[in-house]
Design a protein around this ligand. Structure first.
Ligand SMILES: N[C@@H](CCC(=O)N[C@@H](CS)C(=O)NCC(=O)O)C(=O)O
Length: 215
């Protein structure tokens, strides 16, 4: 059985929970406090030298890391990974774009709010939020014309881009200003297999989970 090291506020971890939910796959869950350094503890680094969550582990193997790579790995044999080569390229393009041009703006601004840095550095926060807003504009240009990122069908790219987009309100960006994107969020969250960002199994303690994997 998989063990997911994550937490309930991280959109990157949410992508993996969505992929597991799509597959109907039960998993163990460990809540790791990434905002306050638990990912940098010696025990965690020995388990995952990348020092980040999400990490998806199976006994006897190195953990899978990088949210979009994990989502792809869980979903590549499902209808969420398109048959058509050009559609697959588009999926990957959106997933790479998310990591370079969306997550570093939307997710980072959100973590600033959670840590109170938006109040400490209002000017820098305003710049970050403008950039986040620009990332949503880019999505809106497409989603005002078509139901999903790759056309008419849900794909792994939608799941990866939804994770932080739907939380733009946390950084003061009301999705009502991006109606195509807002409708896309509603379409996705109406999927029968969908789970919310707060939805996870009862967490195991970190030490206990790491010891369990080592055995
Ligand atoms: N590119 C990575 C980013 C992962 C990431 O930044 N995770 C954050 C939580 S959302 C984390 O673990 N931060 C703690 C740290 O860097 O020590 C992914 O998509 O999985």
């Amino acid at each position: 059985m998989y063990t997911l090291f994550g937490n309930a506020t991280s959109g990157n971890c949410y992508k993996v929970r969505l992929a597991l939910a799509y597959r109907g796959q039960p998993y163990r869950y460990v809540d790791v406090d990434s905002l306050h350094g638990q990912t940098r503890s010696p025990a965690f680094l020995a388990f995952n030298p990348f020092g980040k969550i999400p990490a998806l582990a199976q006994s006897g193997q190195p953990p899978m890391v990088e949210s979009n790579a994990i989502a792809w790995s869980l979903l590549e044999a499902t209808p969420l990974w398109p048959d058509d080569a050009r559609a697959r390229q588009s999926c990957l393009a959106w997933m790479f774009w998310e990591q370079y041009s969306h997550e570093p703006k939307v997710a980072v601004a959100r973590s600033w709010v959670k840590l109170g840095r938006d109040r400490e550095q209002p000017q820098a926060f305003a710049t970050l939020r403008d950039e986040a807003s620009g990332a949503l504009d880019h999505m809106e240009r497409l989603l005002s014309k078509q139901p999903y990122l790759i056309g008419d069908a849900v794909s792994v790219a939608d799941l990866c881009l939804y994770a932080y987009s739907h939380k733009a309100g946390d950084i003061g960006l009301d999705l009502a200003g991006w109606p195509g994107l807002q409708a896309w969020c509603q379409r996705l969250s109406a999927q029968p297999w969908w789970v919310t960002i707060d939805d996870h199994p009862t967490p195991l303690a970190l030490d206990e989970a790491l010891a369990g994997l080592a055995n």
